[in-house]
Design a protein around this ligand. Structure first.
Ligand SMILES: Nc1ncnc2c1ncn2[C@@H]1O[C@H](COP(=O)(O)OP(=O)(O)O)[C@@H](O)[C@H]1O
Ligand SMILES: [Mg+2]
Length: 300
């Protein structure tokens, strides 16, 4: 027995070492997988100390925001609060006078709008920007074109790769029109569509560019209640289907409260409150900021 003990210990020790090694390996793998799965909770956009000054007018000051991937955020505030200026800075239309903007760990502060769009940050405008004399389908193709892999010479010589690429872009564009519920109008001129459908077309166009982050500046503005109700359902649907991160500027508090997981409220260029719908609804500063309009906007 006495002779066997060191031998047993050796075996147990070896086993222990082996078990420990395999446990550590599994743990590493588990943590790695967790990291991969946890990707959906990664930061999509981080804004820090952002500021914009127009000849002495502080349109935006010291704004910080953190948007996680795959979530729907709202940016609310009265007219002139600085909401559009924020989107203009994120999308590169305006160069911030202070602060930083990071998209998926890349500093995009002051980058050119086309480069930012190519990275997957897309936006709609408060005032519609469509090619009104082009067909609905061609408008969406303009969005899809951004990721075309064909060079100019391939389009001149109409190579088979170019034709293949065109075909798949068309299919993709039609799918986006279908998602937005306006596929039936693909051959009509964009300008001939009713206003609500033009808004939907604008979203179809940016969807066709395979965005990662959607910045929607009052997409329901000018729509009747039924149209805006439909749009809310569509936004919810596309966010789920494409796993997009969305920042929505919207005045209709019912829409915001029902749709968004997290809300930033701005007044006079600053974020005065942030949080989930319930916290925002009951925030005295938010209610106060809206009192000049209609407090029921917030409390409803
Ligand atoms: N290009 C600009 N030049 C000068 N002032 C501007 C410009 N863009 C916005 N502003 C001012 O910045 C403030 C915020 O505007 P904006 O971001 O459009 O507000 P919101 O979208 O919240 O209504 C307003 O006072 C507006 O007049
Ligand atoms: Mg605005």
């Amino acid at each position: 027995m006495q002779n066997r003990e060191p031998y047993m210990q050796k075996i147990i020790g070896n086993r222990y070492t082996k078990t420990k090694a395999s446990f550590e390996k599994s743990l590493c793998l588990f943590l790695y997988q967790l990291g991969k799965k946890g990707k959906s909770l990664k930061t999509c956009l981080n804004i820090s100390g952002l500021g914009m000054q127009f000849k002495g007018v502080k349109a935006v000051q010291n704004v910080s925001m953190n948007l996680e991937e795959g979530k729907l955020y709202a940016l609310i505030g009265t007219n002139g609060a600085g909401k559009t200026t924020i989107i203009n800075m994120i999308s590169g239309v305006l160069k911030p006078t202070a602060g930083t903007i990071c998209f998926q760990e890349t500093d995009i502060t002051g980058m050119r709008p086309d480069r930012i769009a190519k990275m997957g940050v897309t936006r709609t405008y408060q005032n519609l920007r469509l090619f009104k004399k082009m067909t609905v389908l061609d408008n969406v193709l303009m969005g899809a074109q951004m990721h075309s892999t064909c060079g100019a010479w391939e389009s001149v010589f109409q190579t088979s790769r170019f034709r293949e690429n065109e075909k798949s872009m068309r299919e993709h564009a039609r799918k986006m029109l279908d998602i937005m519920g306006i596929a039936a109008f693909e051959k009509e001129f964009a300008g001939s569509l009713p206003y609500g459908n033009q808004r939907k077309l604008e979203i179809a166009r940016i969807l066709a560019s395979n965005p990662k982050l959607l910045l929607l500046d009052e997409p329901a503005a000018g729509m009747n209640p039924q149209e805006s109700h439909e749009l809310v359902d569509i936004i919810r649907g596309i966010q789920k289907e494409f796993g997009l991160t969305i920042l929505l500027i919207e005045h209709d508090m019912k829409v915001v409260m029902n749709l968004c997981e997290y809300i930033y409220c701005m007044a006079a260029g600053e974020v005065i409150a942030e949080g989930g719908p319930e916290a925002i609804r009951n925030n005295p500063r938010v209610i106060e900021a809206y009192l000049g309009k209609r407090a029921s906007h917030v409390t409803n």
